[in-house]
Design a protein around this ligand. Structure first.
Ligand code: ADP
Ligand code: MG
Length: 245
């Protein structure tokens, strides 16, 4: 089956105060594909996903081409990119602490459904993550890390993503929850969603991604199908580095 790239990134360079944090030749993701981005702390993983959605905690300077469904979006605001279906679940699972689960989900502005885009309803999210349904009256602040992660993903899905970007969804989660959250990614990909998954947990990422990209100091040093690069010593090293902590 021929795969169409829904997201294409070319010549993306990001600098913070003149220091280069990312220098990426190209990266493409097809519909229904999960691409994992792994690498040590400070490798540039968050810089990459943040630049793709045009969002940042600091003041980076980004140059490069970003195409969503064949349309250049790199000059668009974050808001416009989200509306077009480029949706990030940022590191640290941002949810509203003083709102209930239900309110967190209800506060999402849902775009109109369009071809190639599924806009999830609140009921869909409760079906995907039954735990959230059970906790629907609880405040964001009362949720466990795993529940907050599910809520963050749920909110993102209600924005009707064409590409879902996740920044370290497994951080701080119990192993059982890690595989549960990542298994959900497979379900979503099977329905046609393209997923860019940033993970420090290389082992968990390997189990779920189609392709893997290894970043070192802002550069891609290895990429390929998960089964092919899995035995590369550099992956093993990243793997050990991440699991040793
Ligand atoms: N807001 C910022 N201001 C200045 N430098 C930053 C900022 N965010 C990240 N960096 C630098 O960019 C590099 C990549 O960081 P980051 O993308 O956060 O890596 P990762 O997510 O892989 O841990 C690091 O050297 C980091 O210090
Ligand atoms: Mg990061």
């Amino acid at each position: 089956m021929k795969q169409t790239a829904v997201l294409e990134v070319r010549g993306l360079q990001v600098t913070y105060a003149g220091n280069c944090a990312l220098d990426l030749d190209s990266l493409a993701i097809a519909t229904g594909e999960i691409v994992g981005v792994v690498g040590a702390n400070g490798a540039g993983k968050s810089t990459l996903v943040n630049a793709v959605v045009g969002w940042s905690r600091g003041t980076p300077r980004a140059v490069g081409e970003i195409e969503l469904g064949g349309q250049r979006v790199d000059r668009w605001s974050t808001h416009e990119r989200i509306r077009a279906g480029l949706v990030l679940v940022p590191e640290g699972r941002l949810v509203f602490a003083s709102m209930t689960v239900e309110e967190n989900l209800s506060s999402v502005f849902a775009p109109a459904a369009a071809p190639g885009r599924r806009v999830y309803s609140r009921e869909d999210i409760y079906e995907l993550f039954p735990r959230l349904g059970e906790r629907c009256r609880h405040l964001g602040a009362q949720l466990s890390g795993g529940e907050r992660q599910m809520l963050g993903i749920g909110r993102a899905l209600m924005m009707g993503p064409r590409v879902l970007l996740l920044d370290e969804p497994s951080i701080g989660l119990a192993p059982k929850l890690v595989s549960q959250v990542l298994d959900t990614m497979r379900t979503l990909a099977a329905s046609g969603l393209a997923i860019l998954l940033v993970e420090q947990n290389v082992r968990a990422a390997m189990a779920v991604v189609d392709r893997l990209v290894l970043l070192e100091r802002g550069r891609v040093v290895l990429q390929g199908r998960a089964a092919e690069v899995g035995n590369d010593p550099r992956i093993a090293q990243a793997y050990l580095g991440a699991t040793a902590v």
